[in-house]
Write a protein that binds this ligand. Structure first.
Ligand SMILES: [Zn+2]
Length: 613
């Protein structure tokens, strides 16, 4: 990326001005709910599959930043917009400047724009033309009539920026004649098509009602075009996938629905644009639609950041059952409840939206995806008459659950699944785990953990308590190197890099301990540059942990003493345990006595060292 080259002096001051104007907490919480915790804000990290709030937003430092202490994502407002909204730096700068009424002085003309930005502008331009055509062309009058017949008000039509593509091969194309670059962009965005043989460019959408598909910042990224003439095929045309538009990540209506979804902690997912629009018009505003795909894990990621329950609403039985299969996968892998509701025969969400009571009943009677699947299995079992047939149905069902990762479920969900399986197989709950483990695929967790080799010492041989003690002490050293350095030199208790057994703790200690002991300090940016990714990730998380501990004890020095003494206690306790084990392992009574003597001597030595320091 050549952003660096384009960033001249004026751009740099643009950047500063914009950064100063942005309230990072307000910006991030538009997309990810944040809760205040002490001086910081915490939320579910949108950059990895986060199940507990791992992202922190720090605003009390000179330059506000966010940091995920699970995946390591971090940065300022520009980084957030770049990574979360998938914009390049120039787009992020313009996006934030526009919202804060800041006029940019740097030269960012069309030449400097990325092809993404150009496409995004082309989409915006086309959308405005389609909306304009709705009120200024005969096709527009026809479209408006059809929309009214569906019950859509003028206000709704405006709210969803519905437009029309006139019955013409060149409605957009003729406006771009002579501008090769813009024609190229139009082709790339899927607004135009090219007949290679005749070398002729023409409009991709003709004679259709145009529903713009928006991203989270309400920018148009694609269109869905519905035929105006019932004889035209197909009924719907969607924009092709592009750098702007990924079907599997996009939810129609999301930018309109996001606030309600967040407030109600629940999203309703339907199948079509018009269902979404009808629901919103009826005042049910937490409704979105997938774009011709089942709910994907990317959709679930997006929704799980703003709610904890998703209800999938299907019109037909068969479609519902197929979708349930997919939804179970999502349900297994994400921290989100997926419920399924199948609408009464012949009804669609748009019909129901006008009868709120019935609609709400449908939502309330939705069953979770897993129950849906169990129910479905039970009904196939009832239809199967042979015993071998029944057992093969159960067999493939259990294999599928295992493949999906039933053992990784959180305990409440797991016990629900186990209970259902126990009933199904008429076996005690206690035997379900064994039954499922016997089906475990070859490429399971076991193989994975074995392949992670530890350079210094097997992780499994370090107790959890030891690792926590090591990490807590490091966290204080990382959080306040100045105070820690003084305390360490006064009261170091003879700890060395080798005192740390956890490999990552050891790598961090190797970097900071000599510096602290010599009184030559380090800064977090230096540490981030010098350490390997894994250690850096742990170290930055420990920084926050250190801050928390110091705040709890209300003093860095006191926090240092407490974590240091916990660390030394655990080292000593383990040394004593080892010595005792050594005594027990000797069978010959003479050797046993000798080992005991050595053990006692070693404990004495340790206590002497400790008292001396
Ligand atoms: Zn993260």
């Amino acid at each position: 990326m050549n952003i660096g080259n384009q960033t001249g002096m004026s751009d740099r001051s643009d950047k500063e001005r914009v950064r100063e104007a942005v309230d990072l907490v307000a910006l991030i919480s538009e997309f990810v709910p944040l809760d205040q915790k002490g001086r910081e804000w915490v939320g579910i990290c949108p950059f990895h599959d986060d199940h507990k709030p791992s992202m922190r937003v720090v605003t009390h430092k000179e330059q506000p930043f966010y940091k995920c202490f699970s995946c390591g994502a971090s940065g300022d407002c520009f980084e957030f917009v770049k990574n979360y909204l998938k914009k390049d730096f120039g787009e992020a700068l313009r996006f934030l400047a526009e919202r804060h009424g800041i006029e940019l002085t740097g030269s960012r003309n069309e030449e400097g724009l990325s092809s993404r930005s150009k496409m995004s502008r082309a989409m915006q331009w086309a959308s405005a033309l389609y909306v304009d055509a709705l009120s200024s062309t005969p096709e527009g009058a026809n479209a408006t009539e059809q929309l009214h017949a569906r019950g859509f008000t003028d206000e709704t039509i405006k709210q969803f920026s519905i437009g029309v593509a006139p019955d013409s091969w060149s409605f957009l194309t003729e406006k771009l004649q002579g501008n090769t670059e813009r024609l190229e962009t139009g082709l790339e965005a899927g607004l135009l098509k090219k007949n290679e043989e005749k070398n002729r460019v023409y409009d991709a959408f003709r004679h259709r009602i145009m529903f713009p598909i928006l991203d989270e910042t309400s920018g148009t990224i694609a269109f869905g075009g519905r035929r105006l003439n019932e004889e035209d095929e197909p009924k719907y045309i969607n924009s092709p996938e592009s750098v702007l538009f990924h079907k599997s990540k996009t939810l129609y209506g999301y930018s309109h629905a996001r606030t309600t979804i967040r407030n109600e902690k629940k999203a309703i997912v339907v199948e079509g644009y018009t269902d979404v629009i009808a629901c919103h018009q009826a005042g049910i505003t937490n409704v979105v639609a997938t774009l011709g795909t089942a709910l994907t894990s990317e959709h679930a990621d997006k929704l799980s950041r703003v709610c904890n329950e998703v209800v999938l609403l299907f019109d037909g039985d068969n479609a519902g059952q197929l979708a349930a299969d997919r939804a179970v996968e999502v349900f297994f892998q994400k921290n989100i409840d997926v419920q399924i509701s199948v609408l009464p025969d012949g009804k669609d969400p748009a019909d129901l939206a006008s009868e709120l009571e019935e609609f709400n009943q449908c939502i309330d009677t939705a069953v979770d995806a897993l129950t849906f699947k169990f129910n479905r299995l039970e009904s196939s079992l009832q239809n199967e008459t042979t015993i071998s047939g029944k057992s093969s149905l159960i067999d493939s069902f259990l294999n599928e659950l295992t493949r999906l990762g039933v053992e990784k479920l959180v305990s409440t969900r797991k016990s629900y699944v186990y209970e259902r399986i126990a009933t199904l197989l008429s076996i005690p709950m206690a035997d379900v785990g064994k039954e499922l483990r016997s089906r475990r695929p070859a490429t399971s967790q076991v193989a994975k953990t074995e392949s992670v080799s530890e350079p210094v010492i097997q992780t499994s041989s370090i107790s959890k308590a030891r690792r926590i003690a090591e990490h807590e002490l490091l966290s204080i050293l990382l959080f306040d190197p100045t105070e820690s350095s003084a305390a360490l030199r006064e009261n170091g208790s003879g700890i060395t890099v080798e005192s740390f057994l956890d490999p990552i703790a050891q790598r961090i200690a190797l970097y900071i301990l000599p510096k602290l002991q010599a009184g030559t300090l380090f800064t977090m940016p230096e540490l981030i540059t010098d350490l390997d990714d894994e250690s850096e990730n742990v170290a930055t998380s420990l920084y926050f942990e250190g801050q928390r501990i110091c705040e709890t004890y209300e003093s860095v020095l006191y926090a240092f003493k407490m974590t240091m003494s916990a660390f030394i206690n655990i080292i000593e306790q383990q040394a004593i345990d080892e010595a005792v084990k050594g005594v027990q392992n000797e069978t010959n009574s003479e050797d046993k006595a000798k080992a005991a003597e050595e053990a006692i001597e070693s404990i004495r030595r340790q206590q002497a060292t400790r008292n001396a320091s």
